[in-house]
Design a protein around this ligand. Structure first.
Ligand SMILES: [Zn+2]
Length: 359
């Protein structure tokens, strides 16, 4: 991604706030919720709406060997529906209902088995708009890092850094991040480094709670408050496990920790839909992930989107408006000014969280 300057939504809409709901389509209510969050990510809007050669930059070659440009066009259309060029006549608040059916149909064309339940839209866009992500990832993995043993660090060489820069496009660029896992075997003291890519981990709150309870000698049924730091790389806590030591060729007890190498610009958390009893989750509006980062860099994040799931098939997205910084809730056609705190106060555990890095 280049750093070309172009118009931004802020200069176009100024004081007009667009509240645009999405018509309820089939059973995939989740798609509308994710679309709302995705289409409230300012860099995505700015890029798709105002970058002249947006479509050109999209890979035409996709994983499914179908036309990536048609998916790119579909994304462009939905962004234009949510951020239109209409004449607002000094309206302060502009409300409308739009349809995401065309977008959904395009996804079905490419992936007939598409099911938003198990295949988050963003991952789908990443894989289909930006096959280059995988190309870049593999190149780094094989050739482009070395282990600086004295400092216990992984170092990316310039080739890898440029490769990442040149081969990223907006969706992958925003959600892309890397980390490595450092493993030390307890008895033989051998060490292992695994390079990994930040992707759409689904956090299992049962497991996280279980681990936290184990560490604090608590029963799994005890009441507990979890937060993002309990999920994010398990707070760098040492975990005990068995892995195969390649030097000793046996399964041995080890401890490991994950360290972020390149933090993603958008941090996205998805939680299992079933949640442990007696557990609350506290959402922080601002987080700092300095503690998990290898190289000192900007790592302050602001919450911009929250999705709540209600059994069996209800999704409500809360999005921070990038223009006036107010929170609005979106449930298909229904849009209103509301803050996610109304659910947090009811101890309801969120389903997805979107954080944007502060720049
Ligand atoms: Zn060993």
């Amino acid at each position: 991604m280049g750093s070309t300057q172009y118009t931004s939504i802020n200069s176009q809409y100024n004081n007009t706030i667009l509240l645009i709901g999405l018509k309820q389509n089939s059973k995939l209510h989740e798609l509308n919720a994710i679309l709302q969050c995705l289409c409230h990510i300012e860099p995505i809007i700015n890029y798709v709406k105002y970058k002249y050669d947006y479509i050109k930059e999209i890979n035409s070659y996709m994983i499914h060997k179908k036309n990536g440009k048609s998916l790119a066009h579909a994304l462009k259309k939905i962004i234009y529906k949510l951020w239109p060029d209409d004449d607002f006549e000094n309206k302060k608040i502009y409300t409308k209902t739009e349809d995401s059916k065309e977008f959904l149909e395009m996804i079905y064309k490419i992936e007939p088995k598409y099911n938003a339940e198990t295949n988050p839209l963003i991952k789908f866009l990443q894989e289909n708009l930006h096959k280059e992500l995988n190309k870049g990832a593999n190149a780094i993995h094989e050739y482009c890092y070395k282990i600086d043993k004295s400092n216990k660090k992984l170092v990316l060489n310039n080739y890898a850094k440029n490769f990442v820069k040149e081969n990223m496009s907006i969706v992958s660029d925003l959600f892309f991040g890397t980390y490595y896992r450092y493993t030390q075997f307890i008895y033989c003291k051998h060490e292992l480094y695994d390079f990994g890519f930040y992707s759409f981990t689904i956090y299992n709150l049962f497991e996280i709670k279980k681990m936290k309870c184990n560490m604090n000698n608590l029963s799994i049924t005890s009441p507990m408050i979890l937060n993002i730091h309990d999920c994010l790389f398990y707070d760098q806590r040492v975990l005990y496990n068995f892995e195969t030591c390649k030097k000793c060729c046996k399964s041995l007890q080890c401890c490991y920790k994950n360290i972020i190498f390149i933090p993603p610009k958008i941090l996205c958390f998805t939680f299992n839909k079933s949640v442990p009893n007696n557990t609350r989750f506290l959402i922080d509006e601002y987080i700092n992930i300095d503690a998990y980062i290898e190289v000192q860099t900007n790592s302050k994040y602001e919450l911009i989107g929250v999705i709540y799931f209600f059994y069996p098939n209800r999704y409500i997205a809360f999005c921070k408006n990038p223009i006036n910084k107010m929170w609005y809730s979106y449930e298909n056609e229904k849009v209103q000014q509301a803050n996610f705190n109304i659910f947090q106060k009811m101890f309801i555990i969120p389903y997805m969280l979107f954080y944007q890095i502060e720049e």
